[in-house]
Design a protein around this ligand. Structure first.
Ligand SMILES: Cc1cc2nc3c(=O)[nH]c(=O)nc-3n(C[C@H](O)[C@H](O)[C@H](O)COP(=O)(O)OP(=O)(O)OC[C@H]3O[C@@H](n4cnc5c(N)ncnc54)[C@H](O)[C@@H]3O)c2cc1C
Length: 345
């Protein structure tokens, strides 16, 4: 079959690598090769990434930049606790993607909205948040983010650091990339992200080398209909494969690519149902966070929903690369009670 993959991000490039030996595949990427950026904090878990990378002949360990030992979680009231890490790392996502590109036919600098893509049996929309080719989502939900690449002579923090914001609107992250470099960013449903990040940088000044930002879709696949439309099939963040509470989209996007590759022989009509089944937990987790965001969450009535993100991660500690404890989760969830006013970092 002839495939066109719109978007050479992590999901589209991985899918193309999975099928390239059996099918004819071309990738169309809007960014130019020389300026290619992988906007993200580059955090992931090495165990699952090793498995995924191995499938396409890459050695994930060669891309690891920093392996975490413990993550400090600082709550807005100043209280803090640490989470033992077991596989959470940062990796060179840009190099990983460009290495995947090097085995493919990639057409850079092409906006798929502006070109006619003819002569393909199937077009894959892997354009992430942009969802350039599939019809618009009726009720989309996303978190605005801003992230700095910061150079420190004396880094304020040596390992992973997270600060959840009040009302569970989002969190600030500090992900080390090397001894002196870190991705520091904030995503917040209530739009306090710029203020929160600038406050952190004011208190922990460093040289800001790069500023990026884009929304992260948290609407789960159940709300991202249609998943297949008019010869176009969605993949990755374009159809909501992002954990709605932690915003993790790399591994889910690659797992979605595995699902799409598996489904080609069975018939693409089976793909939407497989996606919904595979990511059904994101729907439950989304219901929890949505209730918190629109202030309809009730601790007792919605206790089962509250447990869903905890249980999902607790049963997959290696997959998420950290030890998951109920008492930590309950401390974070308590923030749902706090007011929506801006948090002091
Ligand atoms: C600031 C930030 C930090 C994050 N940190 C993490 C993290 O640490 N760990 C994690 O797991 N997830 C993280 N995420 C989420 C994760 O980055 C995404 O969910 C994941 O990259 C989605 O992969 P994708 O391939 O579906 O889409 P994308 O990575 O967005 O790739 C889409 C590609 O399509 C291209 N494109 C877009 N429009 C067009 C067009 N019209 N024509 C052609 N090409 C187009 C883009 O240039 C891009 O290369 C973060 C997100 C943000 C915004």
């Amino acid at each position: 079959m002839r495939f066109a993959v719109a978007g050479g991000g992590v999901a589209g490039s991985y899918f193309a690598n999975l099928i390239k030996d059996v099918h004819d595949v071309a990738v169309f990427e809007r960014q130019r090769a020389e300026n290619f950026r992988a906007i993200c904090a580059w955090g992931t878990s090495k165990h699952e990434m090793r498995r995924l990378a191995r499938r396409i002949g890459l050695n994930f360990d060669e891309y690891i930049l920093h392996e975490g030992k413990e993550m400090i979680v600082k709550l807005p009231d100043g209280d803090e606790f640490s989470i033992k890490l077991k596989g959470l790392c940062t990796f060179n996502k840009k190099k990983f993607i460009l290495d995947m590109h090097s085995r493919l036919k990639v057409y850079y600098g092409v906006d798929v909205k502006k070109v006619k893509m003819a002569n393909f049996d199937l077009i894959v929309d892997a354009t992430g948040f942009h969802r350039a080719l599939l019809p618009r989502i009726a009720r989309d939900y996303y978190i605005p983010t801003v992230e700095y690449l910061v150079k420190y002579n004396n880094p304020p923090i040596e390992d992973f650091y997270l600060m959840p914001l009040t009302h569970l609107g989002g969190y600030l992250w500090y992900f080390p990339l090397s001894k002196n470099l870190a991705h520091v960013g904030v995503g917040d449903y209530f739009n306090r992200h710029r203020e929160a990040l600038n406050e952190f940088i004011r208190r922990n000044p460093g040289e800001v080398i790069e500023v990026v930002g884009r929304p992260v879709r948290i609407a789960p696949p159940h709300l991202c209909a249609p998943i297949v439309s008019d010869g176009v099939v969605g993949l990755g963040e374009s159809i909501g494969t992002v954990h709605p509470v932690i915003g993790e989209g790399i591994i889910p996007g690659m797992q979605c690519a595995e699902l799409l590759a598996q489904t080609i022989d069975e018939g693409i009509e089976h793909y939407p149902l497989k996606v919904l089944k595979s990511f059904s937990v994101f729907h439950t987790i989304f219901q929890f966070i949505r209730k918190v965001h629109n202030s309809s969450f009730n601790y007792f009535r919605d206790f089962k929903l509250l447990l869903s993100p905890y249980l999902y991660m607790k049963l997959r500690e290696d997959r998420f690369g950290m030890e998951i404890r109920l008492k930590d989760w309950l401390k974070i969830v308590e923030l749902y009670r706090s007011s929506r006013v801006a948090t002091k970092i």
